[in-house]
Design a binder for this molecule. Structure first.
Ligand code: AMP
Length: 249
C-alpha cells in the first residue's frame, strides 16, 4: 500500500508571530520554518504503518518555496521514501493545494492520504476535506486512532465531548489530530540517509493547475494586548469592579 503525506512548511510553532508593519501579513524574515506539527503526526502514522508491514511506500509532497525541500528532508529522515516538491513562491490557498494533490494522486495512485487536520499558519482546516470532495473519496477527519483492516480503515475521530468511530473504504483521505501519536525525532543516521533519498522537483504547470489566489487579504492584525492585572483589597471592591468596570455581573 502506498501512502501520500502532504506536508506544509510553516513558521515554527515555538516562535511568536509578528505582523508586518503594513498589516499585509505575517513577517517571516529570518525566522525558523518547520514542518506543520499536524503533518509530522501524519508522517509518523504513515511510518508506523510501514513498520507494521501494512504500507510499502510513503511519498511526502509539499507545495511551497525551494526551502520546502528541507521540510521534505525531515519527512524523509523520519521514514518517508521519497519526496515531491511543487515549487510555488507565494501562499497557495487550500483549494489550489487540493487540486494539485488531486493531480499528484492521479499520477501516484496512493491508497491512503494522511494530511494534518490544519496548517498552523492559516488555520484553514480545509485541504483534506476539499481533496476528498474533488476525488469523491471517503474522508475521516480529526483522527485519534487509525487501524487498517484489509480494504478498510477504521478511524476513531475526536469530536466535541468524545470519540466517534468510522470505517472508510480505501482509497481514503484521513486528516490527523494532535493525540494520534507522538512523532519521532529523526536519528542522525536517518538524517544522513535522507540526503540520498530522491525529491522530484515540479511546478504547478506540470499538473495544469492554476494556483492564482482567489482571496484578497484585507488586513492582518495582532490580538489586542492584554492589560495588566490589578490587586484589590476587599471582596466588596472586587464585586464593585466586576459590576461597574468589567460589566460582567
Ligand atoms: P489547511 O487546510 O491549510 O489548514 O491544511 C491542512 C493540511 O493540508 C495540512 O496539514 C497539510 O497536510 C496539507 N497542506 C496544506 N497546505 C499544504 C502545502 N502548501 N503543501 C503540502 N501540504 C499542504
Amino acid at each position: 500500500m502506498k501512502i501520500l503525506t502532504p506536508i506544509k512548511r510553516v513558521l515554527d510553532y515555538n516562535l511568536k508571530v509578528r505582523v508586518r508593519p503594513d498589516s499585509s501579513g505575517v513577517d517571516l524574515t529570518n525566522l525558523k520554518m518547520s514542518m506543520n506539527p499536524f503533518d509530522e503526526i501524519a508522517v509518523e502514522e504513515a511510518v508506523r504503518l510501514k513498520e507494521k508491514g501494512i504500507a510499502t511506500e510513503i511519498v511526502a509532497v509539499s507545495i511551497g518555496p525551494e526551502q520546502a525541500q528541507e521540510t521534505l528532508r525531515t519527512a524523509l529522515a523520519m521514514g518517508a521514501d521519497r519526496g515531491i516538491l511543487i515549487k510555488v513562491d507565494h501562499d497557495v490557498e487550500p483549494l489550489a493545494v487540493a487540486k494539485l494533490l488531486k493531480a499528484v494522486i492521479a499520477a501516484e495512485a496512493p491508497e491512503l492520504v494522511f494530511l494534518g487536520k490544519q496548517a498552523i499558519d492559516d488555520d484553514c482546516n480545509q485541504t483534506g476535506q476539499m481533496l476528498a470532495a474533488l476525488l469523491d473519496w471517503p474522508q475521516a477527519t480529526f483522527a485519534y486512532r487509525v487501524t487498517v483492516e484489509g480494504r478498510q480503515a477504521v478511524v476513531v475521530r475526536e469530536v466535541d465531548g468524545g470519540l466517534m468511530s468510522v470505517a472508510v473504504d480505501l482509497p481514503a483521505i484521513i486528516t490527523v489530530d494532535l493525540r494520534l501519536n507522538e512523532p519521532r525525532y529523526a536519528s542522525l543516521p536517518n538524517i544522513m540517509k535522507a540526503r540520498k533519498k530522491p525529491i522530484d522537483m515540479k511546478a504547478p504547470g506540470d499538473y495544469g493547475v492554476d494556483v492564482a489566489p482567489r482571496l484578497k487579504v484585507l488586513k492582518v492584525a495582532e490580538p489586542p494586548k492584554r492589560a495588566g492585572g490589578v490587586k484589590v483589597k476587599t471582596t466588596a471592591e472586587l464585586v464593585d469592579k466586576l459590576k461597574n468596570e468589567a460589566g460582567v455581573l
